[in-house]
Design a protein. Structure first.
Length: 588
């Protein structure tokens, strides 16, 4: 390998693309990075650029007043509703991903809290019936594609047994289940095969709909048998019959098992059963963690990826095996995903920023802390100790426990754990606020606000929100995009909004407590968790006309609905799904 001593190595396609991205971002972000702006002005390649004031006047109204961008909610509301009414020609390429089109729009609408407005144009019954229409049965031969059957003239009789089910009612008839049918969601209603990714999107879409009738209609036993048929000898799952096996499949299976409570359903009519999730299943997921610290798509893959990392972490948590993750390496890798200048996340090492990773990486940051806390709850740590109030509320945020009905068992142990946490936090705060003579520390009021550490996660939530709001909103058509210069689309709209929700909503959200002895009420009284409403969330919205900067504002118009980082659906939808099958209010 050639060594470059005293010189800059040659540019690559990635470094050239990164430079173009950073230059395009300057017009959006340099007012928040004055030192970067000064360095740029002295760069030999710099072209004359207008002043920050001129740039703000030309760019948009976002820079006026509080000098922080705002969420163009009305435009996004209109864009999301349009995804059900007006689909462009480019959507034709997603013919085999129709449940995903429904999920991206439904989830974005739910985070924006506009589902009721959406249902004025498209009824929940129409959506529910469409999604249920994507249920298909796998034939014993392993194929269920009408096109394959039409191309095979030898078995004309079998063509009459198309997976499109000439009598679709039978697919929902659990009373007459023969114990053999395998059923899953396909990418559409015509000439498609059951697929785990489509099944995840379809199931989450049904959870978002306002009635549980659609969930109750699902043939859970047949779905469970289908999942079991996809399991490989090493514990992994195939995405479809004869398809690839990777970490996405393991995640989709874990989500379906929990949201449908498949452990409560016998797989076979003769009473026999088989668990979908096993120790080997969790071991496969853990084997996908790479030397970098993040998760790759499979055992032999070498590159960690933000989306696979979210899938891996969430799967291990749902499989009750968070101890299998190497958290020190993961923490190092995740903390490197937020780019210093842009503030947004990239998904892989040395790659470009992308707004969709606001969710994939942002949720992974939250799940990292959830996994560490969950290990303590399950007694899977080498040095047992009591959970702190913040850890308990983090598990509550992920809906693994329900703190509204929990009282501390050992108050002395709890006080000791909180004191240790306070001491460690004090050491970190002392390090972060140590005096520095660096000019980079001489910040404006707005910079100080943006760089202030808030919450309990290993990334700067305000800088992430700033990137999405400043650089990724389509201020004419609505919707969100990958980065400046890209087109808006439903995928980036969904995951950008989900990422913003993850960054905004801290785990110590207000709870309704009727008993002063409960963990939440006691923690508030003792000061273990913030007791000011503005500390419940992080939004870039002006709330104090004298401050000149944004801040938290309970029930702010900028605030998005809180979601569960495990499933990427709102917490209320997870709760409704769990209660469809019983009285549970949490996952554990």
């Amino acid at each position: 390998m050639a060594a470059y001593v005293g010189s800059v190595p040659p540019a690559t396609l990635t470094t050239l693309a990164q430079r173009e991205v950073e230059l395009s971002l300057l017009q959006f972000l340099r007012q928040y990075h004055p030192k970067v702006d000064e360095l740029w002005r002295t760069h030999p390649d710099a072209e004359p650029m207008e002043t920050v004031e001129e740039m703000c006047m030309d760019a948009s109204d976002d820079c006026k007043g509080d000098h922080l961008p705002r969420l163009h909610r009305e435009l996004h509301d209109s864009y999301v509703q349009g995804r059900f009414l007006f689909l462009g020609e480019s959507t034709q390429g997603l013919y085999s991903s129709q449940p995903w089109l429904a999920f991206w729009a439904l989830q974005a609408a739910d985070v924006l809290d506009i589902t009721e407005e959406l249902y004025e144009h498209v009824s929940p019954d129409a959506l529910g019936n469409f999604i249920l229409g994507c249920l298909q049965e796998v034939k014993k031969s392993g194929t269920s594609n009408d096109d394959d059957m039409r191309n095979n003239p030898m078995d004309m009789d079998e063509q009459q047994e198309s997976v499109l089910l000439r009598n679709p009612v039978s697919i929902f008839d659990d009373d007459n289940d023969d114990g053999k049918r395998l059923v899953g969601f396909a990418g559409g209603q015509l000439a498609q095969i059951p697929h785990l990714a489509a099944s995840y999107a379809a199931l989450c879409s049904l959870c978002i709909l306002p009635r549980t009738t659609y969930l109750r209609a699902l043939p859970r036993a047949a779905i469970k048998r289908w999942l079991l048929s996809l399991r490989c000898k090493d514990g992994s799952f195939c995405m479809h019959t004869g398809g690839e096996a990777d970490i996405r499949a393991s995640y989709c299976v874990a989500v379906m098992t929990v949201l449908l409570q498949l452990n409560d359903v016998p797989a076979y009519t003769d009473g026999r059963d088989d668990k979908v999730i096993t120790e080997q299943t969790a071991a496969f997921v853990a084997s996908c963690q790479t030397h970098e610290g993040g998760f790759a798509c499979g055992l032999n893959a070498s590159e960690a990826h933000g989306a696979y990392t979210q899938c891996g972490l969430a799967a291990l948590i749902l499989m009750r095996s968070p101890h299998l993750c190497k958290y020190a390496a993961l923490r190092r890798w995740l903390s490197a995903r937020q780019l210093k200048f842009e503030g947004g996340f990239n998904g892989r090492t040395n790659k470009l920023v992308d707004s969709c990773y606001s969710y994939w990486v942002g949720a992974s940051h939250m799940l990292l802390r959830v996994g560490e806390s969950y290990m303590r709850l399950l007694g899977q740590t080498e040095t047992p100790r009591c959970l702190t109030a913040r850890e308990a509320l983090l598990l509550d945020h992920a809906q693994l426990i329900d703190t509204t009905s929990m009282c501390p068992m050992d108050d002395d142990a709890w006080r000791h754990a909180e004191e240790i946490h306070r001491q460690r936090t004090a050491h970190v705060e002392a390090y972060l606020h140590a005096p520095s003579q660096s000019a980079w520390k001489q910040q404006t009021v707005t910079q100080s606000f943006l760089d202030e550490d808030v919450g309990d996660f290993y990334f700067n939530q305000r800088r992430l929100l700033l990137y999405v709001l400043s650089c990724c909103q389509d201020k004419e058509m609505g919707g969100l995009m990958d980065k400046p210069g890209c087109l808006n689309d439903a995928y980036h709209t969904c995951y950008s909004l989900s990422g913003m929700s993850t960054a905004q909503n801290l785990q110590y959200l207000p709870r309704s407590c009727t008993n002063d002895t409960l963990i939440y009420a006691t923690a508030l009284r003792r000061g273990y968790i913030p007791n000011e409403r503005d500390d419940y969330e992080i939004v870039l919205a002006a709330h104090n006309s004298n401050s000149g900067v944004g801040g938290g504002c309970y029930r702010s118009q900028e605030r998005l609905s809180p979601l569960n980082p495990i499933f990427n659906i709102c917490q209320s939808r997870v709760l409704a799904a769990l209660r469809t099958w019983g009285v549970k209010s949490f996952i554990c």
